[in-house]
Design a protein around this ligand. Structure first.
Ligand SMILES: [Fe+2]
Length: 79
């Protein structure tokens, strides 16, 4: 048991899912950066700003997910 009174058998699937979500958020973040950099056309400035808003929010979520894993006494995967 850990400090949450959850045994590893119940906790491990949650940690695995959170690490999967963390990996997918990194991909999402990087795609948003790519769109931000490479947007073309007459709506460039609106889309450029919107993608920046989205990747900024994604960066915050990435940190929140990683820190949630840490609160469960596991480590976020980053290899
Ligand atoms: Fe930029």
């Amino acid at each position: 048991m850990n400090y949450l009174n959850m045994n590893d058998e119940k906790l491990m699937p949650v940690v695995i899912e959170l690490n999967t979500l963390l990996a997918e958020y990194h991909i999402y973040y990087q795609k948003l950066r790519n769109y931000h950099w490479n947007v073309l056309g007459k709506n460039f400035f609106d889309l450029h700003d919107k993608f920046e808003d989205l990747y900024t929010t994604a960066r915050i979520r990435i940190d929140e997910i990683a820190e949630r894993i840490l609160t469960l006494r596991y480590h976020p995967v980053s290899k």
